[in-house]
Design a protein around this ligand. Structure first.
Ligand code: FAD
Length: 295
């Protein structure tokens, strides 16, 4: 499969990238790992005149913890996220989600920025970042703006980024004390498969009473964009998470989503799996036993 001819530009500073974006934002695509973009170019779904390589731009790299939280540069690869000690210790659910992306080869190329900007409803890092209430930091020659990831996705393959903007980094606040989380992904095979349904759960528990003080739940692949399950969150908060209540929470989650049928699964199957996965992700967060689930 031959690619349509394009000009390849490889700037080595953010300033140069932003200048190109401002001048030619309509005609160009930026490329990070290329694991989504090159597939789309080969399939002729997009045929940019120019491709701007981000990999030599130092301002987009690095994972740094500071007193307030964690800064994750847009170019951070999934392989780094799944193994970086600071991510595993403080934001475990993100490391777990990154570990579920594709295969070791894909995780060594694919970046968190590419995963989010490609805006697939099934992107693995998205539900985890939604429950962590991540902020996306967007940059253009006009300046920087910060938006909650909750408002970043606009539809399948679409984000709220303007033509002259790129994603610079993700910022994550410290996770509240006594928080427990899990990410579950259901696919058709053990690896190298996109999610049919995915669920991230982050529960903040009262250590004395076992009451859930704060719940964050997000799902992937069951709506046009990865989304928080806000009714399910409300249902869990302020309650003791007994087995029967967890089962009910799965049913609340099921009512919140209207998945579609596609070549990978029917809407009915996905709806049923929302219930099963939400229930199991809550149990897994709490350290309760669950049957072997997902990939
Ligand atoms: C075989 C295979 C298996 C895969 N399995 C999974 C999987 O299990 N789970 C999953 O979630 N994904 C999967 N993917 C998709 C892909 O690997 C991920 O989405 C990856 O994170 C994309 O990152 P990238 O750096 O390669 O993005 P690229 O392909 O370089 O870019 C993707 C899109 O984002 C834009 N972009 C990239 N960086 C920026 C930025 N900083 N600012 C603005 N726009 C930007 C590009 O212009 C492009 O439109 C798979 C892909 C393949 C080929």
């Amino acid at each position: 499969m031959r690619l349509k001819k394009f000009e390849f530009i490889s700037p080595d500073s953010l300033k140069d990238v932003l200048q190109l974006m401002r001048k030619d934002g309509e005609k160009l695509k930026v490329i990070a790992g290329g694991t989504d973009l090159l597939v789309q170019m080969k399939d002729k779904l997009i045929t940019p005149e120019k491709v701007v390589n981000l990999l030599n731009v130092p301002e987009l790299s690095g994972v740094e913890k500071n007193g307030k939280g964690l800064r994750v540069g847009a170019l951070t690869k999934h392989a780094v996220l799944e193994s970086a000690p600071e991510v595993k210790e403080g934001w475990r659910i993100l490391a777990d989600a990154a570990h579920k992306v594709g295969s070791p080869q894909i995780r060594n190329l694919g970046t968190i920025g590419g995963n989010l900007c490609n805006a697939s409803p099934a992107a693995d890092t998205a539900p985890a970042l939604l429950v962590l209430e991540a902020e996306a930091i967007l940059v253009s020659q006009r300046g920087e703006r910060r938006i909650l990831l909750d408002s970043f996705f606009a539809g399948p393959g679409m984000t709220v980024m303007e033509k002259d903007e790129i994603l610079k980094e993700i910022f994550l606040l410290e996770v509240p004390a006594n928080s427990l989380g899990a990410y579950l992904k259901l696919g058709r095979r053990k690896s190298l498969d996109l999610a049919l349904v995915s669920v991230a759960v982050l529960l903040t528990m009262d250590s004395g009473s076992g009451i859930c003080q704060r719940a964050r739940v997000a799902l992937g692949a069951v709506s046009p964009v990865p989304m928080r399950a806000k009714e399910t969150e409300k249902f869990l908060e302020g309650k003791e998470l007994k087995e029967s209540l967890i089962r009910e929470a799965g049913e609340v989650a099921q009512k919140e989503f209207r998945p579609i049928s596609d070549i990978r699964a029917t809407a009915e199957y996905r709806r049923e799996m929302v219930k099963v996965l939400a229930e199991r992700a809550i149990k897994k967060s709490l350290g309760l036993p669950i049957p072997p689930t997902g990939i």
